[in-house]
Design a protein around this ligand. Structure first.
Ligand code: AMP
Ligand code: DBH
Length: 542
C-alpha cells in the first residue's frame, strides 16, 4: 500500500518547504545515504557497540554492508518502498541494522516500544496496514513470538514476522540477509522515513510521520547545540525506539556525526555505570526519575565516570532541586531537554549559567522554530506570562498519520501544533514548563492517555464509569489513579482486580493504573462533563 503525500501524512506547504531548504535546514539527505557516506569516509571507525551478552561491534563499513544485505533480503520477501514494518526490539544491535535496512528500501519503521503488548501492537499493525513485524524471541521474560502468532491470525495483511533469536514458527532475522541484486530506488529526502509514536491524549495512540529532511535537521541541529562530534561516545540507556534517545541528539545524531553508539540493555546504574567506565562514554540521555537514581548512585559508585561530559535530562519536568544535585554527583554537565516526537525540541545551552540550566527547559533548536504562547481564547499572552504553547517549524509535523479529524483539533488552521503544554518564556527566550492542558499523564517520561485506559476499564462488566487522572509522585513526578464507579448491584471489586483486568487486556505495564479508588459519582463541570480538574485536586489532597 503506497503512501500518498498530503493525504496519509499532511506535509509543509510548498512556500515553507522552499524556505527551509533555502535556509539550509533541509539538506536533501536521506538516512540510507547518510550511512553510505559515513561508511565511505571512515569505514573502520566503530559505529555501534552492543555489549551484551558478549561484546559485539559494527564499524561504519560493516553496518553499511549489513544494512544493504538485510535490505536486499527484505526486498526479496516483497517489502518495498512505503510499506510499514512494526519494529519492536530492545536495545540490541539488530535494532539499528533493521531500521537502516528499512531506510534503504524506503520502507517505514513503526517504532513500537518493548513494553507494548497485544492491544498496542495489534493497533499499530492494523492501523498502519503493516506488512511485517520484527521482534526478539524472549525479552524481559516475555515471549514476543506468541504475541506475533496471535496477531497473525487477526491481521491477514501482516505477511512476515522476523525474530531475533530462536524463530519458533516465524522467520529468523538471521536468515534474511542476501546479496543485493542492485541498488535500491530508495526514498527521496522529502519523503517519509518512519512513523514515531505520540504519548497521546486520545483513545488510540497517534502516529507521527517524519521525513528524512526534517528529522535529519533535528539531528544535526541538536549535534551543534550538544557539541556532538566524531569523538562522542553515546550511551543509549532509554529504549532506543523512543524519540528522545533516538534524536535529541540521540543515537541517530551521534551516527550523523560519525561518533560511537553504545547500547545499554537496562538503564539502572548497576548495568550502566560499568559500561560508562569500560566504553569511556561521553554523553547520555535520561528521564528525570532515572537521573535521580543515577545521581544517588553516582556519589558512591566505585566506577570511573570521569569520561562523562554531558547528561541530557528530559521527557518530563525535572525539579530544580534534583537538577542542582546532578552535576556534582556525576561530575558532568547537565542539559535540560524539552522535546516531543511531533517535532519541537528545546535545550538549555552549554554556555547557559547554572541557574538557567536548572530552572528552565531550554530554548528551541532552530531560529525558524516559531513559538506562540496563547490564552484559552487563542490570543498571545503578554511576554513572560504563562499560556498554551503552539509551535510550527522545519522539523515539527503538520499533522498525524491518517487522522484528519484529530488533526483539525491538534493543529491551528495555519499549521501550528497545539502541544498541550503550558509554558512561560523568560527574557532570554528559554521556556519553562509550568503545567499541562492536555489530558495526559506523564509517568516519569512515559506518557499515558487516560482515555485509552478508561476505555479498557469500561469494558469490565462491573464498571459503570471510570476516570483516570494523574496524582503527584515524589519519584516519578506523576502516577495514575483510576476512579471507578461500580454498577448498582455489581459484585464489589478490589483494586487489584481492576489492575489485573487492564493487564490481561495486553497493554504496556506502565499503563496499568498505579492506584484504584471506588467512588459513588464523579464531580461534574457546569455542563455535566466529568471534572478531571476537580478529581485531580481531590487526589492530591487525599
Ligand atoms: P510526546 O508528544 O509523546 O513525544 O511527548 C512530549 C511531551 O512530553 C511534551 O509535550 C511535554 O508534555 C513532555 N515533556 C517532554 N520533555 C519535557 C520536559 N523537559 N519538561 C516537561 N515536560 C516535558
Ligand atoms: O518526551 C519526549 O517525547 C521527548 C523529550 C525530549 C522528545 O521526543 C525529545 C526530547 O526529542
Amino acid at each position: 500500500m503506497t503512501v500518498t503525500p498530503g493525504v496519509d501524512a499532511p506535509t509543509w506547504p510548498e512556500e515553507f518547504a522552499a524556505r527551509y531548504r533555502a535556509a539550509g535546514h533541509w539538506r536533501g539527505e536521506t538516512f540510507g545515504g547518510m550511512l553510505r557516506e559515513r561508511a565511505a569516509a571512515h569505514p573502520d571507525r566503530v559505529a555501534l557497540v552492543d555489549p551484551a551478552p558478549e561484546r559485539r561491534t559494527w564499524t561504519y563499513g560493516e553496518l553499511d554492508e549489513r544494512a544493504d544485505r538485510l535490505a536486499a533480503g527484505f526486498a526479496a520477501r516483497g517489502i518495498g518502498k512505503g510499506d510499514r514494518v512494526v519494529v519492536q526490539l530492545p536495545n540490541i544491535g539488530e535494532f539499528v541494522e533493521v531500521v537502516f535496512a528499512l531506510f534503504r528500501i524506503g520502507a517505514l519503521p513503526v517504532y513500537a516500544l518493548p513494553a507494548h503488548r497485544d492491544t498496542e501492537i495489534g493497533y499499530f499493525c492494523s492501523f498502519t496496514e503493516a506488512v511485517a513485524y520484527v521482534v526478539p524471541d524472549v525479552h524481559a521474560g516475555y515471549d514476543h513470538r506468541d504475541l506475533a502468532a496471535r496477531l497473525r491470525k487477526e491481521t491477514p495483511g501482516l505477511r512476515h514476522v522476523f525474530v531475533v533469536g530462536e524463530p519458533g514458527e516465524h522467520t529468523a532475522l538471521s536468515e534474511v540477509p542476501c546479496d543485493p541484486a542492485g541498488p535500491f530506488e530508495g526514498p527521496e529526502p522529502h519523503e517519509l522515513a518512519f512513523l514515531q509514536l505520540s504519548g497521546g491524549t486520545t483513545g488510540v495512540p497517534k502516529l507521527i510521520p517524519r521525513t528524512h529532511d526534517d528529522y535529519l535537521y533535528s539531528l544535526w541541529g541538536s549535534n551543534e547545540i550538544c557539541g556532538v562530534d566524531a569523538h562522542t561516545r553515546f550511551l543509549v540507556a532509554l529504549p532506543a525506539a523512543h524519540n528522545f534517545p533516538m534524536s535529541s541528539p540521540g543515537w541517530l545524531g551521534v551516527m550523523y556525526a560519525g561518533g560511537t553508539v553504545v547500547l545499554c540493555p537496562r538503564p539502572d546504574p548497576a548495568t550502566a555505570f560499568p559500561l560508562v567506565e569500560r566504553e569511556r562514554i561521553t554523553i547520555t540521555a535520561l528521564v528525570p526519575p532515572l537521573a535521580l537514581v543515577w545521581t544517588e548512585a553516582g556519589t558512591t559508585t566505585p566506577y570511573d565516570l570521569s569520561s562523562l561530559t554531558l547528561a541530557l535530562v528530559g521527557g518530563a519536568k525535572y525539579s530544580e532541586e534534583a537538577a542542582r544535585r546532578l552535576q556534582p554527583a556525576l561530575g558532568c554537565r547537565l542539559m535540560q531537554v524539552f522535546g516531543m516526537a511531533e517535532g519541537l525540541v528545546n535545550y538549555t545551552r552549554l554556555d547557559d549559567d547554572v541557574d538557567t540550566v536548572v530552572t528552565t527547559q531550554g530554548r528551541p533548536v532552530s531560529p525558524d522554530d516559531e513559538i506562540r504562547i496563547v490564552d484559552d481564547g487563542g490570543d498571545d499572552v503578554p511576554e513572560g506570562e504563562p499560556g498554551h504553547l503552539l509551535t510550527r517549524g522545519p522539523y515539527t509535523i503538520r499533522g498525524y498519520w491518517r487522522a484528519p479529524e484529530h488533526n483539525a483539533r491538534a493543529f491551528t488552521e495555519d499549521g501550528f501544533y497545539r502541544t498541550g503544554d503550558l509554558v512561560r518564556r523568560t527574557p532570554t527566550g528559554h521556556l519553562v514548563v509550568v503545567g499541562r492542558a492536555k489530558d495526559q499523564i506523564n509517568r516519569g517520561g512515559e506518557k499515558i492517555a487516560p482515555e485509552e485506559i478508561e476505555n479498557i476499564i469500561l469494558a469490565h462488566p462491573s464498571v459503570h464509569d471510570v476516570s483516570v487522572v494523574a496524582v503527584p509522585d515524589a519519584y516519578l513526578g506523576e502516577r495514575s489513579l483510576a476512579y471507578v464507579v461500580l454498577r448498582t448491584g455489581a459484585e464489589p471489586l478490589r483494586p487489584v482486580a481492576v489492575k489485573r483486568f487492564v493487564r490481561e487486556r495486553g497493554v504496556a505495564a506502565h499503563k496499568v493504573p498505579d492506584l484504584v479508588e471506588f467512588v459513588d459519582a464523579f464531580p461534574q463541570t457546569g455542563v455535566g462533563k466529568v471534572s478531571k480538574k476537580q478529581l485531580r485536586s481531590t487526589a492530591e489532597q487525599s
